[in-house]
Design a binder for this molecule. Structure first.
Ligand code: ZN
Length: 189
């Protein structure tokens, strides 16, 4: 996937740094290695740099830390639409994802027309049963990051008292195995 000219909103990074606790200085250094060091919520950063950051975190701290970053973003992200249910959220996840990216300085989702620009893959949502959703990720981000993100958003928007289960078993497509996408099932009981 050619990510040249594509940027991600710095909003997410400021929360990662605030919430990373004991890993704070390690993470700050890794971000700095890839020229991300001011963590301005209103700034934009090359997606390629963020991808390199995630790779270095995976190598130096481990896959759990990459997963935790996805979780942190999902729990702290400001959602600019009204979300009343887990379905509301996941049926809008791809739009929200595109709103947080821009290409050649232009938002990848038009706030008015909701038209999306190609170039960063998708989060594809399908409702399988009332308590079972299928999310297919064709975006460039690593599996552990997406897993944390989906898990965190599902927990955040689930009906109170429901327990969330994410199925991404080895029988399902996964980018770690060279597949083009990862498929996750979100269930709650
Ligand atoms: Zn995967």
């Amino acid at each position: 996937m050619d990510l040249e000219g594509i940027e991600i909103s710095g909003y997410a990074f400021s929360n990662i740094i605030k919430m990373s606790g004991m890993f704070n200085s390690v993470l700050k250094d890794i971000f700095k290695n890839h020229q991300i060091d001011n963590f301005e919520p209103n700034s934009w950063y090359p997606v390629n740099s963020f991808m390199d950051v995630l790779e270095e975190i995976n190598e130096k701290v481990g896959a759990n830390a990459v997963h935790k970053i996805g979780l942190t973003i999902s729990k702290t992200a400001e959602i600019p639409i009204e979300v009343k249910s887990i379905y509301d959220f996941f049926s809008n996840i791809d739009k929200l994802y595109h709103l947080n990216h821009r290409k050649d300085g232009k938002a990848m989702c038009d706030a008015q027309t909701e038209q999306m620009q190609d170039g960063i893959g998708h989060y594809i949502y399908e409702k399988i049963e009332y308590n079972n959703l299928k999310i297919t990720c064709t975006n460039p981000y690593p599996c552990d990051f997406n897993l944390g993100l989906i898990e965190g958003f599902a927990q955040r928007f689930a009906t109170e008292g429901k327990k969330i289960y994410i199925n991404h078993s080895r029988h399902l497509p996964c980018k770690k195995n060279g597949d083009a996408s990862c498929i996750y099932f979100v269930t709650w009981v």
